[in-house]
Design a protein around this ligand. Sequence first.
Ligand SMILES: C[S@@+](CC[C@H](N)C(=O)[O-])C[C@H]1O[C@@H](n2cnc3c(N)ncnc32)[C@H](O)[C@@H]1O
Length: 220
Amino acid sequence: MWGPEGLDEVEAELLGPPEELKGRDVLELGAGAAQCSRWLAAQGARPVALDISHRQLQHALRIGGPFPLVCADAGALPFADGSFDLACSAYGALPFVAEPRLVLREVRRVLRPGGRLVFSVTHPIRWAFPDEPGPEGLSVSASYFDRTPYVEQDEDGRAVYVEHHRTIGDRVRDVVASGFRLVDLVEPQWPAWNTSEWGGWSPLRGNLIPGTAIFVCVRD
Ligand SMILES: C[S@@+](CC[C@H](N)C(=O)[O-])C[C@H]1O[C@@H](n2cnc3c(N)ncnc32)[C@H](O)[C@@H]1O
């Protein structure tokens, strides 16, 4: 699943035709509980699920799956050059790092020539709107151009959640400057069947502004 709209890989085929996933080495970045790796393994691929959070990987371990789990920072990948055919990430790692080019360069390094990276992030336009599912989420309240990160702190002032904003142009430049060719930028439309409302996500907003941006990149 690429994002809250509900676009899944069966429908999107952004990693290529499902029958060609068999036997492919795939790196999942910011895997969380490794839902994507579990689906990839079911297609016959050989995924590796990576996340910086030990706790998230404990959930992945509890649910189970025939693939390795790796606890590491996406900006310092513990793999040899050219280890993977594909890399993917659904809202993993990239929205949460201050220097996304470090991650992208690392992914390029571990991909084989011709390898593909597909990653989804919150659509940058959402930064300008309040994170509300109702009408209050439809009026611009912040500058799209303000890159000051969103930070939540605990009572001791430690950052417990940080999200970094990049404009669409920033993301395109990050991809290209890191040695990838951008072959598609998918903005899934909110489908009629999806009636769920949670956090800042809802059919009301989804029908008016995009929520997810999916970058399809090739390492030439
Ligand atoms: C919004 S969750 C997405 C999880 C999963 N991909 C999914 O679709 O449910 C973001 C994940 O990225 C991970 N993450 C954040 N920064 C990271 C980093 N620098 N390196 C690796 N993983 C990171 C978090 O621990 C979290 O599990």
